[in-house]
Structure formats: structure tokens, C-alpha cells
Design a protein around this ligand. Structure first.
Ligand SMILES: C[S@@+](CC[C@H](N)C(=O)[O-])C[C@H]1O[C@@H](n2cnc3c(N)ncnc32)[C@H](O)[C@@H]1O
Length: 252
């Protein structure tokens, strides 16, 4: 399996890639909300529209693109000529300390799950999560009929767990105490937990597939893809981060 990192601007580098060649694209790029120089985007929706246009070209038919952002990151843009939106996933982070005084506090990031036409891969069995019900409550539920195709059936729980759904509260953002955190300065705006990226990679790609992360940061998706036997190409504009990724990959 190949893992490659290229230093540079992903919006330019994407032009060098052939069309219809990538199975999965993970875009954890600018949110337009922090003081990082790369995050100072005057209109995040326009930026994301450009991103969707440019990266949908290299996506295979049936390939998936996940776009991270805040709640308004794709508002008022018409992405439909390029990609189909399958789900807006809420990555719920209840532990945030900041409390709004004039508005309800924002407690989530949005992960927009797109595909180029109908998604060809959705590996539900690889991403099942435990049923959040106690055993006796579960037995009671199993005796309650559910309706499928207009007919009553016994409610059945899958022994391997359920679909994680579109509110992901089970994966926590990294904290100062996380063993996974490479440096404190990377907290919140940069480094994502491996589990989060793992769910996306497992759901929307298979072993041997080609995954791209145009905003590779400190290499979470590079690490996850190497562990899960996916071919990987990352773009990252910050040379210091590229060095961190290369070191990180040596230990995988
Ligand atoms: C939110 S961080 C990604 C973090 C990554 N998911 C991780 O877990 O390490 C966004 C990254 O995108 C990079 N970046 C921003 N604009 C870029 C561009 N046009 N081309 C390449 N990289 C860019 C930033 O330097 C930053 O490292």
C-alpha cells in the first residue's frame, strides 16, 4: 500500500490529478472561524463551493467526499450539479466549556457526507456501535412489534450493534490529557481523533482503495489509512506539519 504526502496548496495540486480516480476524499480544511492564517476565509461557503467543484472532478463515480465545517458551511450554495448530499452528520462535543451569553452555545461540528452519484460503498458492519439499551429494557423492546413494509415484525437488535446514526456523540474531541495528542498547540483546531477518521474510512472505502486528504494537518488520516491498508495521498501547506506527518508514519 502507498502513503504519500505532498507539501503545497491543495486547490492547485488537485489540478494535477486525473479525473474519476479517487475512492474517498476527507476534507477537514478551513472552517473560517479561527485566527490561524490558513483559516482566514472571508466567505466559507464560496470556498467550500470551489472545493466541491475541484475535488468532485477527481472522485470516482460512487466515490465519497466528507466535508468538515461549522453549521453553516454549505448554506446557500448549490452543490447538486457536482455531488449528492447523503447526510449532514453532527459531531457532537458536549464537553466544550465556552458558554454563550447572547445565544445558544454551539456544541457541534458538521460533517457533510457527499457522494458522486449514488455511493458505491457503505460498510455498515465495519462501523456498528453498541446498542445503548440495558438488557432488560432491550428484551422488552424485542417484544414490541416493529412495522416493515406494512407488516408487523418482532423488533430485532443486530448482535454486532447498530448504525451510528447521524449524531456522533460517542467520539470525543481530543483533550490535553489524550495520549493521542501530539502537541498541546494542535488541540481543537488541528488534530482530529483517529476514531473519527477511522469511522469515515471504514464506512466509505475498502482495503486497497485510494483515499485523499487535501488538508492533511498532522496526518491523522494518513495514519488511519496506513493502519487500514488504504492507499493514501495527503496535501498539506504547512512544511512543519509535513515533517510531523512523516515522523508519525514511521511508527505505524
Ligand atoms: C483542521 S486542519 C486538519 C487536521 C487533520 N485532520 C489532522 O487530524 O491532523 C487543516 C489543515 O489544512 C491545512 N491547509 C489549509 N489550507 C490549505 C491548502 N490550501 N492546501 C493545503 N493545506 C491547507 C492547514 O495547514 C491545516 O494543517
Amino acid at each position: 500500500m502507498k502513503t504519500e504526502i505532498i507539501e503545497g496548496d491543495s486547490l492547485k495540486l488537485v489540478e494535477t490529478l486525473p479525473e474519476n480516480s479517487v475512492d474517498l476524499i476527507i476534507c477537514d480544511g478551513p472552517y473560517g472561524v479561527t485566527n490561524n492564517s490558513w483559516d482566514k476565509i472571508s466567505n466559507i461557503q464560496e470556498y467550500n463551493f470551489e472545493l466541491i467543484k475541484k475535488f468532485s472532478r477527481i472522485l470516482k463515480f460512487g466515490g465519497a467526499l466528507y466535508l468538515f465545517g461549522k453549521e453553516n458551511c454549505i448554506d446557500f450554495i448549490d452543490y447538486r450539479p457536482f455531488l449528492q448530499l447523503n447526510r449532514k452528520i453532527i459531531w457532537y462535543q458536549p464537553s466544550r466549556l465556552s458558554q454563550g451569553r447572547r445565544n445558544f452555545t454551539n456544541n457541534y461540528d458538521l460533517i457533510c457526507y457527499f457522494s458522486k452519484f449514488r455511493a458505491k460503498t457503505f460498510n455498515l458492519d465495519a462501523i456498528r456501535v453498541p446498542q445503548l439499551v440495558e438488557l432488560d429494557q432491550r428484551l422488552r423492546c424485542e417484544n414490541v412489534p416493529s412495522v416493515r413494509g406494512g407488516k408487523f415484525h418482532k423488533t430485532k437488535f443486530h448482535p454486532e450493534g447498530k448504525n451510528p446514526g447521524d449524531v456522533w456523540g460517542d467520539i470525543k474531541q481530543l483533550t490535553y490529557r489524550s495520549k493521542e495528542l501530539l502537541e498541546k498547540s494542535l488541540l481543537r483546531t488541528i488534530q482530529k481523533p483517529e476514531k473519527l477518521i477511522e469511522r469515515i474510512v471504514k464506512a466509505s472505502s475498502n482495503e486497497g482503495d485510494f483515499v485523499i486528504d487535501p488538508f492533511a494537518g498532522v496526518g491523522t488520516s494518513a495514519v488511519v489509512c496506513k493502519k487500514l491498508n488504504r492507499n493514501f495521498l495527503g496535501f498539506e501547506i504547512n512544511a512543519a506539519f509535513v515533517e510531523i506527518i512523516k515522523k508519525r508514519l514511521q511508527f505505524i
